[in-house]
Design a protein around this ligand. Structure first.
Ligand SMILES: [Zn+2]
Length: 101
């Protein structure tokens, strides 16, 4: 199993990677290939991009401490699917979700 980061596969694109919180505030990602919300294990993460001043602050009512993109690698223990995705505040981050697809 590799810990290298690449690009997310078509299995997670177009709204196919979903998840939810548990009884507290922890968030889990569900395997896009298994039909029973199998939780994917987070294997690794990295700072993909970072900027000291968020370039979208001037367009928003809120102000971010900085700009960042984190990339995660996930793995499904059940079907062995591995994938990667990013979470970022550099780019689209408000409004209607359907506009992102
Ligand atoms: Zn799976």
């Amino acid at each position: 199993m590799t810990t290298e980061f690449g690009h997310g596969s078509s299995a997670i694109r177009d709204g196919k990677l979903r998840g939810g919180t548990d009884g507290t505030d922890y968030f889990y990602f569900f395997c896009p290939k298994c039909e029973d919300n199998q939780i994917m294990r987070l294997l690794d993460y990295r700072h993909y991009e970072e900027e000291l001043k968020n370039r979208y602050d001037e367009q928003m009512k809120s102000k971010a401490k900085k700009g960042f993109t984190l990339q995660f690698q996930v793995y499904c223990e059940k079907c062995e699917h591995t994938d990667t995705f990013k979470i970022s505040n550099i780019g689209f981050q408000c409004g209607d979700y359907s506009a992102t697809l």
